[in-house]
Design a protein. Sequence first.
Length: 366
Amino acid sequence: MKVSVNREALLKPLQQVAGVVERRQTLPVLSNVLMRVNDGQLSITGTDLEVEMVTRIPVENYEAGEITVPARKLVDICRELPDKAEIEFTLAEDRLNVAAGRFRSTLSTLPAEDFPSVEKSGTESTTEVDAKGLKRLLDKTGFAMAQQDVRYFLNGMLIELGADNVKTVATDGHRLALSQLSAPGIGGGSRQVIVPRKGVLELQRLLNEVEGNVTLLLGANHLCAESPVFTLTTKLVDGRFPDYERVIPRNGDKVVYADKVELRQALNRTAILSNEKFRGIRVNLSSGLLQLSANNPEQEEAEESVIVDYEGDSLEIGFNVGYLQDVLGVIEADKVKLILHDSNSSALVEEPESDDSTFVVMPMKL
């Protein structure tokens, strides 16, 4: 195997692939990336047996071959080389020689045949989605995924491919985020899968770099996202996601419109003196006014009022301020719409001019 590639063409794809590789591995080969040269391209693969990423870089001068090398060391070497350096990789016996300008190094290797791949079942459904639109879906809902919840099916995101749209839903049992995007139908009704947290995070990182469309391929136990330059394959979570439609409150009779930036800044200021463990904030709603207040065990207090568009009965309700901040952080509109019912009912948060995203935040007792 022999190949020459420009540092700028190699570094970013290599970093994307290395991001999948876990630092501590029981199998030494899983700390490596697989480098394969053939058909005018260098492909680099990394995996942790749950998520697999392959990136492809066009090359001109090469001799076909394949080998695995330590991911972190290869990234560190390429990162420290000068801009626009031409890097030459040459496999000699069981060592990979790396040369660029006056720099020379030798990396240990493990055989390519020892490198595992994520198990893939046959593809059952396929659809094409705009990459930027899919990234927006993941960004708008990813914050609500659980982390290390015993209900393992919450430690990920529901992706639903429907007749004419793609939906993403995430919840940790205390808040829920739902977003949807028009897309070509998959035919034969809708299909739901749960993508694990790491698969979602890696896909978000990748989509930053992609223009045009991404092809989603669904199998019985995997989801594959493909573009001309990368392929990301992730195992699916085997479980049943909660019926999210039942969680969305439909009985809200108090509709409040507020300036998003003003409300977010008021929440940020008031939150500083909330209880660091429980993060509770009290919301008092009255005609034309939303009053926020917080206190903590040190007897410190903060309060602020926000002018809102609301006429109706008064209401006092408590929330985890972090959950409200997260929602306002992903809303794109200038205004935010809050729909409330009583102090024991969840709040519905939406964008006034758009119905493609819905957020639910449960109240808390203060």
